[in-house]
Design a protein around this ligand. Structure first.
Ligand SMILES: C[S@@+](CC[C@H](N)C(=O)[O-])C[C@H]1O[C@@H](n2cnc3c(N)ncnc32)[C@H](O)[C@@H]1O
Ligand SMILES: CC(C)=CCC/C(C)=C/COP(=O)(O)OP(=O)(O)O
Ligand SMILES: [Mg+2]
Length: 302
């Protein structure tokens, strides 16, 4: 056994390279163990090279029109670099839209990022509002990455990622003025998820999700939706499930925005790039045949 790792029945303590010990709760289920491993080992250029543009590392997709003038001619030697910058600009625009829907956040407020990934949205939230941002992810590598970025930016006293299950967070009841899931709700049961957001949010607080969901009007999840599930080991919910689970947990939708037309340019541009991962066709086809939708839902905690 690796001597740097001590295991008890419920927890693992890892001595990191800097010899600080991080306390890692065991995943609640074997599935969560799979997801933790998946994100611990993820290092796709489409994510790392985009993040390198300005140090905001995202694991979500983009929205908005492509700036073809900024991209220039595909024959140009700088085209690849410009294309990466353009995809990254569209991904950051997606996070800005999510933050636009959080409502007024003050410097002394706390907000929670459920499934925070490498922390790009957390940094943006702190830079915009000056508030404290608490993130949770199943992946110790992602949490380390996000906390390292926060230290590099000198904002570690305001931005912190923890290795933790978003269905049972260590935050106090009513502690958060706002909370969100940015493309992280397809890994959990929505009733359990919204029960936890509802607990952590203050009354009058705001919850926002941007997510891909299957369209009940299509009938059942299409083959493209099944392909996306298999690719990411996730379980995409239907739009109806989101609205029902919110209603059952004191979350009242204030805005439901179909971002499908706004995300297609991102996918069509990405499909032409050298950073393709093979999942582009499934997103493009499912958005076009109406079986899948890219949605923002903002809800008030009543
Ligand atoms: C696609 S990434 C999104 C990351 C981030 N929200 C962003 O926009 O860059 C999905 C994230 O959800 C997290 N996640 C999945 N299931 C989780 C759970 N039960 N508890 C905490 N995090 C979870 C993963 O660890 C990963 O960080
Ligand atoms: C909208 C849906 C269904 C999202 C599923 C969750 C997910 C994996 C998001 C993007 O992560 P990523 O940025 O790591 O993926 P990629 O490597 O494809 O850019
Ligand atoms: Mg990505």
């Amino acid at each position: 056994m690796d001597s740097s790792v001590t295991k008890t029945d419920r927890t693992t303590t890892v001595a990191t390279a800097t010899s600080t010990s991080v306390f890692i709760p065991s995943p609640a289920t074997p599935y969560q163990g799979d997801i933790a491993r998946y994100w611990d080992h993820e290092a796709r250029p489409v994510n790392l090279r985009l993040g390198d543009v300005d140090g905001l590392y995202h694991h979500h997709y983009g929205i908005g029109d492509v700036d073809h003038a900024a991209l220039g001619d595909a024959e140009n030697s700088a085209y690849e670099k410009k294309l990466i910058a353009e995809l990254h600009r569209l991904e950051s625009a997606q996070a800005e839209l999510l933050l636009d829907h959080l409502g007024p956040i003050e410097r002394d407020d706390t907000v929670m990022d459920a499934g925070c990934g490498r922390g790009g949205s957390m940094v943006m939230a702190h830079q915009r509002f000056g508030c404290k941002v608490e993130g949770v992810t199943l992946s110790a590598r992602q949490a380390d990455f996000a906390n390292r970025r926060a230290r590099e930016l000198g904002i570690e006293d305001h931005v912190r990622a923890r290795v933790c299950n978003m269905l049972g967070t260590p935050f106090e009841t009513g502690q958060a003025k706002a909370s969100w899931n940015n493309e992280s709700s397809m890994y959990v049961d929505l009733h359990d998820l919204f029960a936890e957001h509802s607990r952590v949010l203050a009354t009058g607080g705001r919850y926002v999700t941007i997510t891909g969901c299957w369209n009940p009007r299509y009938g059942q999840p299409s083959k493209w939706v099944s392909q996306i599930n298999a690719h990411f080991e996730c379980n995409i919910h239907s739009r109806r499930e989101y609205l029902r689970a919110m209603a059952d947990n004191r979350l009242v939708p204030q805005a439901v925005i179909d971002l499908t037309p706004a995300t297609l340019p991102y996918w069509e541009l990405r499909a032409t790039s050298s950073l393709v991962t093979g999942i582009e066709e499934a997103f493009i086809n499912s958005y076009k045949d109406g079986s899948f939708q890219y949605l923002l839902i903002a809800a008030d905690r009543i």
